[in-house]
Design a protein. Structure first.
Length: 145
């Protein structure tokens, strides 16, 4: 089964501006954490494997971590920064060969942290909807849900 990151919700840029607490808010682009060129080195027919740990997958596999094929254009893509901020902030990763400098390692960790923050924010946004799933149903049905 192939999955596409493009199906995921596009987020907003999380880059923090000069004024404390202000966020850019422009639409986020799909940025590769591993370059497409590097992914093509390990790809088969334009696809690579990635771990799959969605709730649905974990239920099907009884908690065992599985893998799925994903196209190299969608693999390792994060949607957390706009074009401008992604290019500026991550130039030391994108414009220079990786050598493991403190700055490059920090930027990798920062990018992953922003991605996780974005995912947690999406979950938080879904709570009001989830709370309404059982609205108006009998108490026995609410308990079941």
């Amino acid at each position: 089964m192939r999955i596409s990151v493009r199906e995921e919700k596009s987020g907003e840029c999380l880059h923090v501006g000069a004024a404390a607490g202000t966020v850019c808010g422009k639409p986020a682009i799909g940025s590769h954490t591993v370059s497409r060129k590097m992914l093509l080195l390990i790809a088969r027919n334009g696809h690579v494997y990635r771990h799959s740990a969605t709730i649905q997958d974990l239920v099907k596999t009884r908690g065992k971590l599985g893998v799925k094929l994903i196209g190299v254009n969608d693999a390792s893509v994060l949607r957390v920064f706009c074009q401008e901020h992604d290019a500026d902030a991550f130039a030391p990763l994108e414009q220079v060969p990786f050598s493991g400098t403190r700055e490059q390692c920090f930027l990798l960790a920062y990018r992953a942290l922003c991605h996780e923050f974005s995912k947690k924010a999406d979950v938080l946004d879904s709570v009001p909807v989830m709370k309404s799933y059982d609205r108006g149903l009998p108490v026995s049905k609410q308990v079941e849900i």
